[in-house]
Design a protein around this ligand. Structure first.
Ligand code: KG4
Ligand code: ZN
Length: 366
């Protein structure tokens, strides 16, 4: 099964072609995938001057680039439209202008070549990537940490998610980006904070570990970002070493918070699934590219008899292969979408989970 995937929900214009082996018992590669091409055009330079993604600039850049990116992905894979079994496109959540560009292109190709359309949830793209890069049977735990989301989920199967924890304020990627900005590091901040942290002292600043030790699996990151701001103001003007020490202390606090929350989720998973010998935690989303976070989680999970799975770094940040793969997984189950499938700016993986953003504010109902 060969699927073209299109991703345009944020600031990457991306297309990829992925193959998935059918689920037949006599194929040793049954259910496995391979990437035939994965073309990503970053718009970072278009947005850099504004310190963040500007939705209208993003949408226009997708319009200009997408046709060429799709052609490049098809050429590199050495396939024509008649070789495809389906067209997958991100149809949410994300910036609506960009999502519409990718989804409408996918619909046009599907209509012209009489191919099934798969409207992919961007978050499911991140979630299922580990099944493309590694062996990750269901059920497993998922830590999804990106620019817009920070969630711990139980993944029972394709399209079957139970959210256990989420952030009550900033997403983790957002906390990285805001911290970078207040320290004068360029956008996008996550990788810059990680780089600076390598040269810094993680113990110099005592930063808060919000929610650590608390009941449940939720996160809160805005207090940590504000604490970095207060420490930075106290010692301004900042030297390069001060910035590095603040980044290292910030990242150490993040690693501590994640260890606490994931440790609890793993304990719960073991109670729920005692028959699973080696539980797996998948780390996905842009922040999963952070090596300090990966190695911290790997250590606590290995020590607890579990396994951490993180896709290769280039598959953690937004790309077309993750969308093509999620499309292929859905197509294999017969889950296709009509040509009037809507773009969905908001689209939670677990539709039963309550919204929690803002729950941390003073006066908010618990
Ligand atoms: O998944 P993604 O590419 O886009 C969204 O769907 O949001 O995630 C982007 C987020 C940004 O906030 C970016 O700063 C963060 O992932 N990020 C990182 C790293 N690489 C990307 N955060 C920390 N360390 C990194 N190495
Ligand atoms: Zn993403």
């Amino acid at each position: 099964m060969i699927v073209l995937g299109i991703e345009t929900s944020c600031d990457e214009t991306a297309a990829a072609v992925v193959r998935r082996h059918a689920d037949c018992a006599d194929d040793p590669k049954a259910g496995q995938g391979e990437i035939l091409s994965n073309v990503v055009l970053s718009q970072i330079e278009d947005h850099a001057a504004y310190g963040g993604v500007v939705p209208e600039i993003a949408a226009r850049a997708h319009v200009e680039a997408l046709d060429g990116i799709i052609k490049a992905a098809m050429d590199e894979a050495g396939v024509g439209f008649s070789d495809l079994d389906g067209i997958a496109a991100t149809s949410g959540p994300g910036l609506i202008g960009g999502v519409l560009v990718g989804l409408m292109s996918a619909k046009a190709i599907a209509a012209a070549h009489d191919l099934p359309l798969i409207a992919v949830n961007h978050l499911e793209g991140h979630a299922l990537t580990a099944r493309l890069s590694n062996n990750a049977p269901f059920p497993h735990l998922l830590l999804l940490v990106s620019g817009g989301h920070s969630q711990i989920l139980l993944v029972r199967g394709v399209g079957n998610y139970e959210r256990w924890g989420t952030t009550i304020d900033d997403a983790l990627g957002e906390a990285f980006d805001k911290t970078a900005k207040l320290l004068g590091l360029p956008y996008p901040g996550g990788p810059k904070v990680e780089d600076a942290a390598l040269r810094g002292d993680p113990k110099r600043f005592a930063l808060p570990r919000s929610m650590k030790g608390r009941e449940g699996f939720d996160f809160s990151f805005s207090g940590l970002k504000s604490a970095v701001r207060r420490e930075a103001e106290k010692i301004a003007p900042l030297s390069d070493q001060d910035v590095a020490d603040l980044c290292a202390s910030f990242q150490a606090a993040i690693c501590d918070i994640l260890s606490d929350r994931i440790g609890k989720a793993l304990a719960e998973f073991k109670v729920r699934f005692p028959e699973i010998e080696t539980p797996q935690l998948i780390v996905a989303g842009g922040v999963a590219a952070n090596k300090a976070i990966r190695s911290t989680l790997e250590t606590i999970l290995t020590d607890a008899g579990a396994e951490m799975i993180a896709p290769p770094i280039r598959l953690c940040t937004d790309n077309g292969a993750m969308i093509a793969w999620a499309g292929a997984e859905r197509l294999a189950l017969g889950l296709t979408d009509p040509l009037n499938a809507p773009a969905r700016p908001r689209w939670p993986l677990d539709k039963n989970a309550e919204a929690k953003i803002g729950k941390g504010r003073k006066g908010a109902k618990a």
